[in-house]
Design a binder for this molecule. Structure first.
Ligand code: ARG
Length: 580
């Protein structure tokens, strides 16, 4: 159960009963320090201000009116008018008993199920995935998993760049390669970067080739069968290659999730007509432009957003307008989340402003840009290979595995060859993903192998190790989790602290879903693992002399901790191992 929500609800009720205006909120948060209680209410002061009342007096009235049915042991008024809330250990123990057999560790499904579209990954066709696509892919996938865990109906929208004028030159180039080798397919196109570079070179240096390429663009847009066939080949080869990266990374995207730019192509002429009819798009030097008061150009005038070029071609913005419309009208989205890097913020805001003005998506359906920074090397510069090229995703993953292999060899754990392979893979992918997920992703992010592949700090190896520690406790105890009976009792401070963290699994999931940010889960898991390590130091489980019911209670606590760790890492798309 989400205790935070319950507390906030109850305190807000009490606040309103004490005379605060409707719409007031007690603003309950988890406390940063134990001396301020487990939770604290920060909403009394702003309410008191509105009421022209002494905040400490109001706080006292709220406390007097509280009805919490034993959840709280005490509520203390602190400072200028905070209320610090201390959870009752007896209640907490009972709460955990309630879900000690629950495979979801107390995190129930959302009461209100929504249709949610998540736009993520979105690499471009005939280009290899590079590290720039890593963040969107990893963060988006973690959010998708968490939304589905709560029971929402999620559409994974992989908005691949599969349309545009570049396809003329790519088709012309593929045509030439096929003349030499009619069977050319996947293997020969293994290096898509090379393929793209070569066709561009050709296009820039050979006017006859360029002419042909431009002609193919027109034909492709008119639906010419041969051009479409060639185009489909390029799409297929790219998707096949991307899928290998997704599978390796344990990302849930499949081919069926590709919903590229081309999908919206047929909608575009109608959209332009409609925007014109609504007086939003106007003709300007042959192009169709929407002027937006919300955005100013250099001279302070409304900014013009081109939606159709003079030559009739459509733009990236036009596609995103159609795409938002489709997601609302056809996919019935209640909420749409876009995981795209921060540099595209203005592009999205412009597209969505037009979408709202045209009435394609009502304000009640949020379109959210979850922006993130770019990946930087240790030197603070954009992450590049030694020779200055873009780092291919597949190469980055190879390196992760090499480094993880060294780390595991150093550790020298007693593992079979088979186990070793599994551990190395899990650690490698876990480390790359976790280091990305754990950052507050609006900022740029420093990619640092040494930090992510360490058993110390907020890292995947640390978290995975904490999990294996618990597994080994069970092996030593010679008991199965599922055979445990009896109750949890919380006497030691470390037991109580750990129990509180376990209980907060549910509210953490709700936060991740509300904010669309998986780093809240990472921070939680780090705290949980830390609380477990402290507990384990202070509270022996398998030692001689520990009483039977104490041992049993501690094992129950261990089992729930392990479950929350495994589930939490799983929601981040990270596998645990039993031993390492
Ligand atoms: N393909 C684009 C890129 O590589 C990202 C697309 C993001 N999604 C969208 N609906 N615009 O930059």
């Amino acid at each position: 159960m989400n205790v935070l929500k319950v507390l906030e609800h109850q305190l807000t009720q009490a606040l309103i009963a004490a005379g605060a205006p409707e719409g007031s909120n007690a603003m309950v948060r988890t406390s940063a320090r134990a001396q301020f209680g487990d939770y604290q209410a920060n909403g009394i002061m702003p309410a008191a201000k509105k009421m022209g009342m002494n905040p400490r007096e109001l706080a006292q009235q709220v406390v007097d009116k509280l009805e919490l049915g034993g959840i709280i042991e005490k509520a203390e008024i602190a400072g200028p008018g905070f209320i610090n809330l201390f959870i009752n250990a007896g209640w907490l123990a009972g709460e955990l008993d309630g879900y000690s057999k629950d495979p979801r560790a107390g995190a129930s499904e959302s009461a209100e199920k929504q249709n949610i579209v998540v736009d993520y990954s979105a690499p471009n066709v005939a280009k290899e995935m590079h590290v720039g696509h890593l963040r969107s892919t990893i963060i988006g996938d973690a959010v998708v998993r968490t939304l589905e865990f709560l029971g929402h109906n999620v559409v994974r929208a992989n908005h691949i760049g599969d349309w545009g004028t570049q396809f003329g030159m790519l088709i012309a180039h593929l045509e030439e390669l096929q003349k030499e080798n009619p069977e050319i397919m996947s293997a020969e196109l293994a290096d898509l970067e090379e393929f793209y570079r070569e066709s561009k070179k050709h296009y820039d240096s050979n006017p006859e080739f360029a002419e042909r390429a431009r002609n193919y663009v027109v034909k492709l847009q008119r639906g010419d069968e041969w051009c479409l066939e060639m185009w489909q080949k390029l799409v297929d080869v790219t998707l096949e290659q991307n899928q290998r990266n997704y599978d390796r990374l344990n990302v849930t995207l499949t081919r069926e999730d590709a919903m590229g730019e081309s999908m919206y192509n047929d909608m575009l002429p109608g959209i332009i007509q409609d925007l014109e009819a609504k007086g939003l798009a106007v003709e300007d030097q042959g192009a169709k432009v929407v002027y937006l008061d919300e955005f100013k150009n250099k001279d302070g005038d409304p900014m013009g957003v081109i939606v159709q070029k003079k030559d009739g071609g459509f733009l990236y913005t036009t596609t995103d307008i159609a795409c938002a419309k489709y997601r609302y009208e056809t996919l019935n989205a209640n909420r749409v989340l876009y995981y795209i890097d921060a540099r595209q913020a203005q592009h999205l805001q412009q597209a969505w402003t037009i979408v709202r003005k045209a009435g394609y998506v009502p304000e009640s359906v949020p379109l959210e840009h979850h922006a993130f920074g770019v990946m930087l090397g240790k030197d603070g510069k954009p992450f590049k290979t030694r020779s200055g090229g873009v780092v291919k995703l597949s190469e980055l993953l190879d390196e992760a595995e090499e480094r993880a292999a060294r780390l595991i060899a150093q550790k020298g754990a007693d593992l079979t060859e088979e186990q070793k392979v599994e551990v190395i893979k899990a650690v490698a992918m876990g480390a790359v993903k976790y280091s990305d997920l754990s950052k507050n992703r609006t900022s740029d992010y420093i990619f640092d192998w040494d930090n992510m592949l360490s058993f110390e700090g907020n890292t995947a190896p640390y978290m995975m190790y904490a999990y294996t520690r618990i597994r080994s406790i069970f092996r030593k105890a010679g008991v199965n989790e599922s055979d445990l009976t009896g109750n949890i009792s919380l006497t030691e401070a470390e037991e109580r602290a750990l129990a509180l963290k376990v209980m907060q699994f549910s509210e953490t999931i709700d936060t991740v879903v509300r904010e669309g940010m998986p780093h809240f889960m990472c921070a939680y898991l780090y705290d949980l693992a830390g609380a477990f390590m402290k507990f384990y130091e202070a509270c022996p489980v398998n030692k001689a002399g520990v009483e039977e019911d104490v041992r049993n209670s501690r094992l129950l606590l261990c089992a729930l901790t392990a479950r929350a760790l495994k589930l939490g890492l799983g929601l981040l798309g990270i596998n645990t191992v039993e031993q390492m």
